[in-house]
Design a protein around this ligand. Structure first.
Ligand code: CUA
Length: 153
């Protein structure tokens, strides 16, 4: 017979419940707030050249490169309903990449590529801001995603 103290059993049970709750709340949040967990992509130099690539009518890839103190490309035009994969890298120090309205929160790290996918269902201008202090120009470091009606730009 194994000997587990009663109080120990209790602690194990409680830990189990807390962990289950934690996992549940993460999955719940992922669903409810449509928050995409950023992925790490194997480093490839090809990702560090700023560009916007259109894959089909409503699918885009944005290769966003952060540096002191800008994001390139600074203006990204996509039509309403687009799904955009952001591949983020940095040329120098660590920068942040935040799209507040879209719950996007990533880090731009030299030598790394971080990826997330965002769907833009509504027309408007979505600010991308650096939210990691990166030097004197930090507060001016931003870019925008301009989501327009399909025909206009
Ligand atoms: Cu880049 Cu702060």
């Amino acid at each position: 017979m194994s000997v587990i103290d009663k109080s120990e059993k209790k602690v194990l049970m409680i830990s189990g419940v807390v962990i289950a709750l934690f996992i549940f709340s993460m999955l719940y949040a992922k669903d409810q707030y449509n928050s995409n967990v950023p992925e790490c992509v194997p480093f490839d130099k090809a990702y560090t050249e700023p560009k916007v690539v259109q894959l089909d009518e409503k699918t885009y890839q944005v290769f966003s490169v952060a540096s002191m103190w800008q994001f390139e490309p600074a203006e990204i035009y996509v039509p309403v309903g687009s799904e955009v994969d952001f591949f983020l890298s940095s040329k120098d120090v660590v920068h942040g990449f935040n799209i507040a309205e879209k719950n996007v929160n990533m880090m731009a790290v030299y030598g790394n590529i971080n990826k997330t996918t965002v769907k833009f269902d509504k027309k408007g201008v979505y600010k991308i801001t650096c939210h990691e202090y990166c030097g004197v120009g930090h507060q001016n470091m931003q870019a925008e995603v301009i989501v327009h009606e399909p025909q206009s730009k």
